[in-house]
Design a protein around this ligand. Sequence first.
Ligand code: GDP
Ligand code: MG
Length: 177
Amino acid sequence: STGEEEKIDYVYKVVVIGDSAVGKSQILSRFTKNEFCFDSKSTIGVEFQTRTVSINSKLIKAQIWDTAGQERYRAVTSAYYRGALGAMLVYDITKRQTFDHVARWVEELRAHADSSIVIMLIGNKSDLGDQRAVPTEDAVEFAENQGLYFSETSALSGDNVDTAFLKLLEEIYGVAS
Ligand code: GDP
Ligand code: MG
């Protein structure tokens, strides 16, 4: 309803980035709709999804942008990053290469996004622990060195997805308000 819109205190733009097939779109749909789509096609036409949460008695609308198949290195345009207060940088814990590319994605953020952007590194597909190719400690160390927050999630089970987004939004609230 329009009444609900009027109560929004802040709108925070958050971008989701990372290599193709790491689960970016599924994380987004888990957080905004509590859904996991088993035969998901690449997102076409949908630029962002929203979810409104309450932080410190303020209503915050997270406007979360999906790359929609633009994940090739440097294909994401600076318009995508413009105005973003937060970033979810996702890799797949079962695919080492997607973690090795995280440093490039951080460079992209440093080049195109606001310097105060809050970044959460996400190791997704934690439900596939038996296929793990990236030790948690490697990611913790990288995140500490780069000043990023870090969480492992499963868009499939929903594990840690809300927690990671809420942490990101709380940190943005701390920076932006
Ligand atoms: P994107 O290209 O980064 O947007 O990745 P998608 O969200 O389209 O997901 C890529 C593939 O990984 C799809 O087959 C998903 O079903 C699968 N996937 C995404 N998240 C998870 C997860 O947490 N666990 C498992 N097991 N599979 C996942
Ligand atoms: Mg996608």
